[in-house]
Design a protein around this ligand. Structure first.
Ligand code: ATR
Length: 265
């Protein structure tokens, strides 16, 4: 996707995007060596996103809010860290989330970025997670950091009536935006068995995002689209996040359609 975009921008000769594997204990030294090797920047993925923020001399407000970075740019005066996971999610939505009642499913790294992105953009966020305690930890963390940074973020946790009943569901029609950040569906699991949602509980006017992506539309998005909801898949979020990273590195307008086509190929 990035190489296709670089080619479309006429940068294909000078620039290339490549994968580098690195162990956490070598991360900092590896990153610090990169500018001298000719690297302009890097995308950083799990498990290095916290270290990526820590290694930076300067960081964007969003990276500090989320407490993690997925994009580094090497400047003459030091390493700069950004987080485009959040902006990528917002950019993939059909409308700005301000004022929407949003449900975020999950409490991992992807959930954290989504909660911050939506909360800071003015949505009211409710977090559901299979392990309730993790949802509560994330909520506390987000509220505390919001207080420190003096950002207005409205976030609560939500439970299904009976945690011991895997079939228990939430009143999903009450949410204007539903974002699945859990791994459910990644290995073919039925989302309606593992998440507190009903297959027939979606409706028009809702936006449903599934960060899980594979070769075909997810079961969750198929059901949502069938009911007239607007759907956004994980590839679109990935493309938008990648486009924002590309913009950080090159300062050029990303060729979104080229990136979409490459990501879906
Ligand atoms: P990431 O950082 O990519 O978001 P993670 O930290 O491994 O990934 O989190 C995975 C998320 O998927 C968690 O919210 C996890 O729920 P738990 O905290 O209860 O483990 C969720 N998840 C994974 N498998 C699940 C399943 N079968 N049913 C419900 N939630 C599931």
């Amino acid at each position: 996707m990035q190489n296709a975009a670089l080619a479309a921008l006429g940068l294909g000769e000078e620039w290339s995007y490549e994968a580098i594997d690195v162990a956490p204990e070598e991360f900092e030294a590896r990153v610090r060596a990169m500018p001298a090797e000719g690297f302009a920047g890097a995308n950083v993925t799990v498990p290095h996103k916290l270290l990526a923020l820590a290694v930076a001399d300067v960081s964007s407000e969003m990276a500090r809010e989320i407490g993690a970075a997925n994009t580094l740019i090497f400047r003459a005066n030091g390493i700069e860290a950004h987080n485009t996971d959040a902006g990528g999610l917002i950019a993939s939505l059909p409308r700005p989330p301000r004022g929407l009642r949003a449900l975020v499913l999950g409490a991992g790294g992807a959930a954290r970025a989504a909660i911050w992105a939506l909360g800071a953009a003015g949505a009211t966020v409710e977090i559901w997670n299979r392990t309730e305690a993790r949802a509560e930890t994330v909520r506390l963390e987000v509220t505390q950091r919001a207080r420190e940074l003096q950002v207005e973020v409205e976030v609560t946790t939500v439970r299904t009536g009976a945690p011991e009943d895997p079939g228990a569901t939430l009143d999903q029609s009450g949410y204007e935006l539903i974002v699945n950040t859990t791994a459910v569906g990644l290995h073919g699991e039925d989302p309606f068995e593992h998440l507190p949602l009903r297959r027939d509980g979606f409706g028009p006017g809702q936006v449903v995002v599934d960060m899980v992506y594979g070769d075909r539309p997810s079961t969750l998005l198929e059901a949502a689209a069938g009911a007239g909801a607007a759907v956004v898949d994980g590839i679109e979020v990935l493309v938008q996040q990648g486009a924002l990273s590309l913009q950080v590195w090159t300062d050029r307008e990303p060729p979104l359609d080229v990136m979409r086509a490459a990501a879906r190929a």
